[in-house]
Write a protein that binds this ligand. Sequence first.
Ligand code: A2P
Length: 350
Amino acid sequence: MKKYKLAVVGATGLVGRTVLKVLEEKNLPISEYSLFASARSSGKNISFMGKNYIVKELNEHSFDEGFDFAIFSAGSDTSKKYSPIAASKGCIVVDNSSAFRMDSNVPLVVPEVNPEEIKNNHGIIANPNCSTIQAVVALKPLDDKYKIKRIIYSTYQAVSGAGRNGVLDLENGIRNYADNQNYLNTYTSNTNLKNTTYELSKFPHPIFSNCLPHIDVFLENGYTKEEEKMINETRKILKRPDLKITATTVRVPVFNCHSESINVEFEHEFDMNDLVDALKSFPGLVVQDNVKDNLYPLASSVSGKDEVFVGRIRRDDSIPYGVNLWVVADNIRKGAATNAVQIVEKMIML
Ligand code: A2P
């Protein structure tokens, strides 16, 4: 069997490190790896596949040595600059950024949903936004069976989706809260809170004890870019360019795993048992739905898993053919790293 050569770009970041972990778990027929990051990380050691790898600074010549595949998780600017260079040298890039997702020449792929798109690549394949990936895994079997008419997304997204600085903001907020609690316990007669402040690294407001209805930048129409991504990417992946979709995306003080409430309206009547069976038999999707035992997907139990979990499946009686779903997935794994590695795996198997 042919052995491949793969580059991991952004290997020091939250997603990049998880890409390495998933690669270790999958053990694909890859004989050579190179790990790249910014100049800041050049020379850093990363233990991977039982070996010590030295991180290299990404530059224009990084792809001269002939890679078969590269997984980019280093942000849009890096992808825009270096993915075309890699592709021009015969390397197929799986890009985790939003740089090329809506480019009509670039397939946007979730392997369980639209693997047939992989062959249409011209050197770059885009990995969808994390909140979109988990949604379309749950929606695809339902669209195939009942034809979706409208979707309402409401998301509850973890800070890990905002990278290392997002996680730092939540950690600092918790520390600050704990400091104040200790102070109150020690000096109960003093009603003034100790004025400990901490600098925010990522979010415009403290994420601890808050839900921020603001992910990515605001657009002219009042939506955020994250909301726009969910709408446009869902349409592209499901090949339903005119599908009616609205979204409200919210950052919540959860470290890892995005949760989503998805309200779906269908064109056709459905039988609830058949609908649940369609979800149960779809690859990569796990139904966890037994409210008598308080069983439904939770961020804390889904963290570290590769599947998408769905529960709270119930009819929406306010419309003719509607259903509500609660969908949870590990946004760093299935929402980014795992999905990218699965795309590489599919290409190897093709
Ligand atoms: P570095 O660690 O050297 O900054 P996160 O999203 O968790 O913050 O991670 C971002 C990833 O993208 C890191 O691995 C980071 O490397 C990498 N990165 C950021 N800017 C560049 C760049 N200009 N070239 C290559 N990698 C970059």
